[in-house]
Design a protein around this ligand. Structure first.
Ligand code: GLC
Length: 533
């Protein structure tokens, strides 16, 4: 197993992607919000860490109702983040270090301050009226149907001046574009071209499965499994308001815009769907996104049998030729160290970096950052303001670079507080500790780059005694065995065959080089990578 060698694979199949939330990475002008010049200042760090590509969350002009996911101009830079020249400088600096750049493309909705929407809402006869989704009230006088928005409430907002409702899958200030309209599609493909010709290597497409809704505007059915206390939008099953088959030809058109450019440009889809539906987004004959983000590791019950079943089910569900994706964290979900604890976060990093496919790493997870509790009066995320407890601020706090006040993130007042423990977990402090999470992550990235068996090779589960997850990764003549203790108690593990090798890397100090044959004594929360000899 293993297929083509590295040199014949598209770059993104053997890449590690690093997500940057630009508000929180590095501030250079003292306003407490990160900026593009800040990322530029840190490109050497990214090269040192060993990532192959960065995905940067939106930095376009925006009223920031959803911190940039409400775009008011797709082809500019918000002054908060800098200028187009800063952007060009950043692209150049990343490329000089061999790091690719992936932008966030937000096609489902604009800001209500986007000139397109302002024109659309100005009159029923506006040439852009059909660029958004306008409907008359239901005969009962209420919204056209029962569709729900995120974080909560009807997906329809009544617009007094023209007497119709517009559709918004997210906030009322994020009206949905009408992707059935050919002019909308053409304008949005031009947005892709604008950035492609400025040198970007790909896009992460925001909420891709929401792009198209039912043409007949039928109601969503009730979710029979909804319980009081569940997030409000889960009251319905969004089978009419999302995940419609008409989205696939649109993705194929996006792919064509990418194909017009030389080089291998990457299209990733943000899609929260069960595995069987998720893999449909590779598209017929792989004409869909190259990588539908696979978020399932973020919810899996963290026990060997369950994790193993997930990997197997996902591998089995992949269409022929489709390349896997794995994600452990992002700017919308609790951080991995808060979900699993600091010790298992190390094991999870080893898992992420030794699975077949393309891993995406969320900034700060390489330091083992945990969610930061945000005092009520400092909550900034609209989701948290609308549904208390659903806020995403805790995982979006500033990156600590050193142990100084505010962790070297800003000279001003940070837009979100840093965790009290975070300056002590900073890049500067962890760089100096060979056993730190940061150095473990860096070693994993270096090993993965050196040994294509770990990224591209075949994946096979291994039967082991005891409650431990073990698998092999093989490519050409190279083979590695990964053994992960997902529990906190030490475990002696026997293999059903002779492994005869040496420990290449452990989450724990002092084990590299240790010889292994048919038994290993794993420490609690330990993961090891063995190279058979
Ligand atoms: C995506 C983004 C999220 C945003 C939402 C609406 O899920 O990741 O942060 O709020 O889309 O654009």
């Amino acid at each position: 197993m293993g297929g083509k060698p590295v040199s014949e694979r598209p770059w993104w199949q053997h890449a590690v992607i690093y997500e940057i939330y630009p508000r929180s990475f590095q501030d250079t002008d003292g306003d407490g919000v990160g900026d593009l010049s800040g990322i530029l200042e840190r490109v050497d760090y990214l090269a040192w860490l060993g990532v192959d590509a960065v995905w940067i969350c939106p930095f376009y002009p925006s009223p920031m109702a959803d911190f940039g996911y409400d775009v008011a101009d797709y082809v500019g830079i918000d002054p908060l983040f800098g200028t187009l020249s800063d952007f060009d400088r950043l692209v150049e600096a990343l490329h000089r270090r061999g790091i690719r750049i992936i932008l966030d493309f937000v096609p489902n909705h604009t800001s209500d301050k986007h000139p397109w929407f302002e024109e659309s809402r100005s009159s029923r006869d506006s040439p852009k009226r059909d660029w958004y989704i306008w409907r008359d009230a239901h005969p009962d006088g209420g919204p056209p149907n029962n569709w729900q928005s995120l974080p909560a409430g009807s997906a329809w907002e009544f617009d007094e001046p023209t007497g119709q409702y517009y559709c918004h899958s997210f906030l009322a200030s994020q009206p949905d574009l009408n992707w059935r309209n050919a002019s909308v599609r053409a304008a949005m493909y031009d947005v892709l071209r604008f950035w492609l010709y400025r040198g970007v290597d790909g896009f992460r497409v925001d909420v891709l499965w929401h792009l198209i809704e039912d043409a007949q505007f039928r109601d969503d059915p009730l979710n029979p499994r909804f319980r009081d206390g569940d997030p409000p939008h889960q009251r319905l099953l969004p089978i009419r308001s999302a995940d419609q088959p008409e989205v696939l030809p649109i993705i194929a058109e996006m792919r064509q815009a990418l194909n017009e450019c030389p080089g291998e440009r990457l299209l990733i889809g943000e899609i929260y769907l069960p595995l069987q539906r998720l893999v449909a987004y590779y598209g017929p004959n792989l004409t869909g996104v190259h990588l539908p983000f696979n978020f399932s590791l973020m919810w899996v019950d963290w026990r060997p049998a369950q994790v193993l079943r997930l990997i197997r089910d996902y591998e089995a569900a992949l269409p022929p030729g489709a390349w896997p994706s794995w994600v452990l964290g992002n700017h919308d979900q609790k951080r991995v160290a808060s979900r699993l604890g600091a010790d298992q976060a190390r094991v999870a990093m080893m898992l992420l970096m030794t699975l077949r496919g393309t891993p995406t790493l969320y900034y700060g997870d390489e330091l083992g950052l945990e969610d930061v509790t945000i005092p009520h009066e400092e909550v900034r995320d609209p989701f948290g303001l609308v549904v208390p407890g659903q806020g995403r601020d805790p995982e979006r706090t500033p990156m600590p670079w050193d142990a100084s006040h505010n962790g070297g993130f800003t000279t001003g007042r940070p837009w979100l507080p840093l965790g009290k423990a975070h300056p002590a977990m900073s890049v500067d402090v962890q760089k100096r500790n060979p056993e730190s999470m940061l150095n473990l992550t860096r070693a994993l990235l270096a090993l993965r780059r050196r040994e294509p068996a770990l990224s591209l090779g075949g994946w096979e589960p291994l039967a082991v005694e005891g409650d431990v997850l073990a698998y092999s990764r093989t490519s050409g003549g190279r083979r590695f065995i990964v053994v992960l203790n997902l529990g906190s108690a030490p475990k002696a593990v026997g293999f059903d065959r002779d492994l005869a090798g040496a420990i290449e890397l452990s989450t724990h100090p002092g084990r590299a080089g240790e010889r292994i044959s048919t038994r290993i004594n794993l420490r609690g929360d330990e993961g090891i990578i063995i190279k058979p000899t």
